[in-house]
Design a protein around this ligand. Sequence first.
Ligand code: COA
Length: 153
Amino acid sequence: MEIQITLAEHNDIDPWMLLAEQVIPLFGPMPHFEAILGRKIAQKQAYCARIDTRNVTLIGGVLIGGSGRKHWIRWLAVSSEYRRRGVGRTLVEKAISAVPANSSIYVDTFVGGSAEADAANRFYQTCGFAPAEVWQVDDLLRQRYVRPPSVYV
Ligand SMILES: CC(C)(COP(=O)(O)OP(=O)(O)OC[C@H]1O[C@@H](n2cnc3c(N)ncnc32)[C@H](O)[C@@H]1OP(=O)(O)O)[C@@H](O)C(=O)NCCC(=O)NCCS
């Protein structure tokens, strides 16, 4: 399977929203997500994955953010039927290559304990992220990961 990663464009919003619907049970409601996605596309901070040709359905996406020496993976998902085929890793590699080499990349993900949370934790560790603090705001509990600057690894 050949995975193609491209900057997302405006006409990717509809299929991306279908992908977002798939992960609502895991992520919870994502208010204003469509507007955020539109802004990220305009800022060239949204990458999507497809297989084989640009006409094939979007199968994954990543949103990045941050500035200076501190960047973030803000959102990442792969369509359930295409998981464990290297799509997520390829998206993260694109995110890493899109930020300055001297910056760290952070991501907040789920605290382990469920199959999905354990998958995300294993995934980020496989991609070179190390666990940092667990933080909590009200009912929201998250595990932070950090990937040090690629110039030092
Ligand atoms: C987490 C997620 C993005 C991974 O995407 P993916 O395309 O399946 O990941 P990859 O195929 O690139 O996996 C790379 C490596 O991560 C690890 N990994 C990925 N999924 C795993 C799982 N379910 N269990 C254990 N390890 C896993 C493995 O080491 C894997 O390598 P391998 O398949 O050669 O063993 C995907 O499962 C997903 O969209 N989950 C729902 C949304 C989510 O949790 N997003 C991240 C929250 S911030």
